[in-house]
Design a protein around this ligand. Structure first.
Ligand code: NDP
Length: 273
């Protein structure tokens, strides 16, 4: 039962009906005994200003933005945090007296999950495949953990080059097409392309990785399966991105309520579903 004093929250996206966010945030609320009323609101990019205004009028004080709204959300914020500014994308909004404050918890959510898994990027050679919005969000928090070197490999070389240039002052980082990865070996692979959504894979080579390399796929569920299969076939330890999803949500919940929920029980519940 949602009480009259529940914190009113929602995720906006398109499509959003299958989003796990409502379930995750309700579980966080139960865990911390905080009454939350969390909806999913379908919104196209050009509808977002009106949808968000209506939500605010109904008492909404916090929101998540997902595909394709993370970039469009920036313009609606009175202020944004550094990760959101660097990623050109917001995934979390919190209402303040001067309007919406925007945050990007995706990168920190990934790092939280890597920590949970006991994977420390410090001193590692990290290969990031993909150069989309998610990678723009994870590079800042990743470079803060002082990896020895980061190489971005992407289908469209210029996107990887541009991102590497943008973050070059934060650490040792290069970017290029997938072919530019050959000749080096990496001990942590972060698979950040969306190829799995179409049951595809980037053109992976086992010899890009050291024998004991670990892989992390931002994708989870069916979109994770092609990469998971490649890792099994090539004897690479792999983790899917459900933990990152829960991690970014835990950080958003903390922004709204001041309290950070435990990830592990929520992950267990989602895996049982
Ligand atoms: P974008 O659409 O911004 O970027 C997609 C990336 O995938 C681009 O680099 C694109 O390359 C590449 N790509 C797409 N199809 C192929 C293919 N067939 N072969 C090789 N490369 C391909 O997506 P995001 O960066 O926002 O998200 C990336 C993935 O991460 C998505 O699958 C998303 O679901 C997942 N994600 C998971 C999160 C979590 O919490 N677990 C959070 C955020 C994202 P090109 O530049 O050449 O087009």
């Amino acid at each position: 039962m949602i009480g009259p004093n529940a914190i009113k929250l929602a995720v906006f996206g398109q499509p959003v009906a299958h989003s796990l966010s409502p379930r995750i945030h309700r579980l966080f609320g139960e865990q911390l005994e905080i009454d939350v009323d969390y909806d999913a609101v379908e919104s196209a990019i050009d509808e977002l200003p009106d949808r968000l205004a209506a939500f605010r009028n109904q008492g909404g004080t916090g929101a998540n933005l997902t595909v394709p709204l993370k970039h469009a959300g920036l313009k609606l914020c009175a202020s944004v945090d550094r990760p959101a500014r660097q990623a050109h994308a917001v995934n979390t909004l919190k209402l303040a007296t001067d309007g919406w404050h925007g945050y990007n918890t995706d990168g920190a959510g990934l790092l939280l999950d890597l920590e949970r898994l006991g994977i420390d990027p410090a001193g590692r050679r990290v290969l990031v495949l993909g150069a989309g919005g998610a990678v723009a969000g994870i590079l800042g928090p990743l470079l803060e953990r002082a990896p020895a070197y980061v190489r971005i490999g992407n289908r469209t070389a210029e996107r990887a080059e541009r991102l590497a240039d943008k973050f070059a002052h934060r650490g040792e980082i290069d970017g290029g097409g997938f072919e530019s990865v050959a000749g080096s070996r990496f001990d942590l692979l972060i698979q950040s392309t969306s190829a799995g959504h179409a049951s595809n894979l980037p053109p992976l080579q086992r010899d890009w990785l050291t024998d004991r390399a670990i892989a992390y796929d931002l994708n989870y569920g069916p979109a994770h399966q092609p990469f998971a299969q490649w890792c099994r076939d090539n004897e690479v330890d792999v983790h899917g991105g459900l933990g990152m999803l829960v991690g970014q949500a835990a950080l958003a919940f903390e922004i709204w309520t001041g309290e950070r929920p435990e990830m592990a029980p929520v992950l267990s519940t989602l895996r049982e579903d």
